[in-house]
Design a binder for this molecule. Structure first.
Ligand code: 4NP
Length: 155
């Protein structure tokens, strides 16, 4: 059987979803769990760009270099390529629902629904915020990454 495949989706793919990707990559290595991990945005404004410098900064504080990541827009093919598609906020989830093919086998849900006590909540968009907002987004995606690792067989 192929390994679980997970796609994180936010609006621009330069702030929250790259952080979610980085956090889960780190946790997966730590836990020795093999996962396919990627991220994308519902919008196309930042396609081809590296993560926002403030996202790079918060990742680097935690030892992760995400400068090589490049933004891309989510596609209908993603619904057949990924088994699990996690939206970073409720609007991202709505936008995914608008483009999802009639038939597909992906689980499409809100990321924070994975975290006990956080059902229905957003990873808040830090784009118009400051370093503190990026730190909060980082903390949220780390909690979510822990839950994902537990679900997919972490030790
Ligand atoms: P992200 O943040 O969805 O977490 O990548 C944003 C990035 C760019 C914009 C909004 C949010 N924007 O308006 O360009």
């Amino acid at each position: 059987m192929s390994q679980p495949s997970i796609l994180f989706v936010c609006l621009g793919n330069i702030c929250r979803s790259p952080l979610a990707e980085a956090a889960l990559r780190m946790r997966a290595v730590e836990a020795g769990v093999a996962l396919t991990i990627d991220s994308a945005g519902t919008g196309n404004w930042h396609v081809g760009r590296p993560p926002d410098p403030r996202a790079q900064e918060v990742a680097l504080i935690h030892g992760l270099d995400i400068s090589g990541y490049r933004a891309r827009q989510v596609t209908t093919e993603d619904f057949s390529r990924f088994g699990h598609i996690y939206a970073l906020d409720p609007q991202n989830l709505k936008d995914l629902r608008r483009i999802e093919p009639k038939r597909h086998f992906s689980e499409v849900r809100l990321l924070m629904d994975m975290v006990p006590g956080r059902r229905g909540t957003a990873v808040l968009d830090p784009y118009y915020g400051d370093a503190e907002d990026f730190a909060e987004a980082w903390s949220d995606v780390c909690e979510a990454a822990d839950s994902i690792i537990k679900r997919f067989g972490g030790r």
